[in-house]
Design a protein around this ligand. Sequence first.
Ligand SMILES: Nc1nc2c(c(=O)[nH]1)N[C@H]1C(S)=C(S)[C@@H](COP(=O)(O)OP(=O)(O)OC[C@H]3O[C@@H](n4cnc5c(N)ncnc54)[C@H](O)[C@@H]3O)O[C@H]1N2
Ligand code: MOO
Ligand SMILES: [Mg+2]
Length: 606
Amino acid sequence: MTTIRVGVLTVSDTASFDPVSDTSGPSLCRLVEAEPRYKVEITAIVPDDIKVIQKTVTHWCDDLDLHLVLTTGGTGFGVRDCTPEAVLPLLERQTPGISHLIFAKSIQITPFAALSRAISGIRGQTLVLTFPGSPKAVKENFEAVAKMLPHAIDLARGGTGKKVHEKMQGVSRRLRKSPYPLIAMDQALASVMDKIAPLPSTERPVNEALIGSVLDEDVVAVEAVPGYRAAILDGYAVIDTDGPGEYPVTAVSIATASYETPAKLLPGQIARITTGGALPEGATAVVMVEDTLLVKSSEDDTKEEIVEIRAKVRNGEAVREIGSDVKIGQIVLKKGQVISAVGGEIGVLASIGVGKVVVKQRPVVGFLSTGNEVVNHDNGQPLKMGQIRDSNRPTLIAATKAAGFDYLDLGIAPDSPEDLEAAVKNGLDKCEIVVTTGGVSMGEMDLLKPILEQKLGATIHFGRIMMKPGKPTTFATVPHPRGGQQPRLVFGLPGNPVSATVTFHLFVLPALRKLAGYEKYMWPSIQAEITHDIRLDERPEYQRAIVAVTNEGKIQAQSTDRNQMSSRMVTMLGANSLLVLPGRTAERANVASGDKVECLLIGKIV
Ligand SMILES: Nc1nc2c(c(=O)[nH]1)N[C@H]1C(S)=C(S)[C@@H](COP(=O)(O)OP(=O)(O)OC[C@H]3O[C@@H](n4cnc5c(N)ncnc54)[C@H](O)[C@@H]3O)O[C@H]1N2
Ligand code: MOO
Ligand SMILES: [Mg+2]
């Protein structure tokens, strides 16, 4: 069942000065939230002022697209009472039946109900009811309609309730207008990210499987690096105050494991040593072999006996003291650090002998292609009329793997409600995110949205975005199949291959990163100089482009192809960025060659 998102607006001059005096607003909220299907998403208190009331109600209906707006106060005969006058012009359709029902119930309780001028109606897809301003009246009024409100809202929203479901039963009854408001990209992104919290943590061994994980603890060194005083050069361990001169070689220290410290060096003695060898006690520096001369070797020529030190060295020169790289107790890696594929983090962890670390769990994303016409790309069969090879799954799986996330291949679901429901359900059982491609626009075979809502108990947060490509991109949450954890996420991406790929990069990868605990989960963006003119589209557009650095060090961007149609996967060829182009306006219809354009860096600059 979809959650009914409610706004509760208190209209009262007194309460707007002194919010604590508002009793009917809070009691209305309690009544609403006592019903499990309802959620009060926003409340406000405004004075008895037509303009202010109108501004709030319009915003809640048009921008927030709430299912239900309830106002309390300002419906009586008082000189300042103006709620009906404020709300009436906003309504596209009145709902006198609801108003009469409330009146009929209230008048049975008190004849004073006759003094309420309350009205109700629909604006866009939002049902608006005005209640009087007392907790008692609010209770009576709400209870009068509580049972039938979900059905009324369902009908008011046309496509999102049973009516959309009817789409499955016949083309003649299909909707001719999308019931989903076209929302701005910023709003869509914020809506997705708001719903995501990083997953819980887990302990994992330190190896290459950690790449891409986010540390969920500070790592403190329990070993020093180096653990012994080590030579940095091949040469001779010396006592620096001895200075240049001829010295007997009294010991040899080759880098090797030994529990014994080499014999102590006394003044006037030197020891042969290799890089990484342990310094004898008493030694204070190392002189490189290039700065020495052999004076005398043993008779059988196997041992150096006397060597001339020809360079003056300082105390500590060419010596790595214990803990000079990493000290015991030092925090070497901080919570939130991403284990990179470059190697630094794994290298440091290995160098201090850390065998396991606590990291955030990583999400699994499942990919389901949909459509009767879609066949496996590698089925080896010639295509029949109307068939198309599935390029979406291989593309998105490859991009997921390269980004270091785990995935599940959920195959291809045909356009049948039962198959689609079963395939999405299977994905929801196993994956934190289910990504489908296809079936989200206006065709009679576009079944995903009604199935999500009607069969899978999903809440669809948006179903259309003012963007190109990707207009019908859909995002929904579904309660976790085993409860107690954050909801599963469903991205219904458009079927067109470029639309699917671009929206995957813009929404799904950032969502995966946020789930995995990345603090920076959005794409980095840079400004680049565009090398050609671009005619702006009416929708804000994400053109595929190649960003490159010229020999002079200038950052330039070039669209991969002039024809950026959503079906043309060739426009993804070589793309390492998405140009962020604003929608066309009367003032600005073009971007000119040489202009600076924002580029999201989704790939490497080569
Ligand atoms: N009346 C309207 N029609 C359309 C609208 C609209 O606003 N009103 N929006 C258009 C836009 S924009 C897009 S994008 C597409 C999105 O369509 P769907 O998400 O419903 O996807 P399908 O109809 O299933 O397929 C669209 C297209 O993509 C091909 N496809 C599907 N899956 C794959 C795959 N896995 N690999 C390769 N190609 C695939 C499919 O054969 C279609 O050609 O809707 C417009 N229509
Ligand atoms: O928005 Mo659609 O993704 O243009 O092709
Ligand atoms: Mg379609």
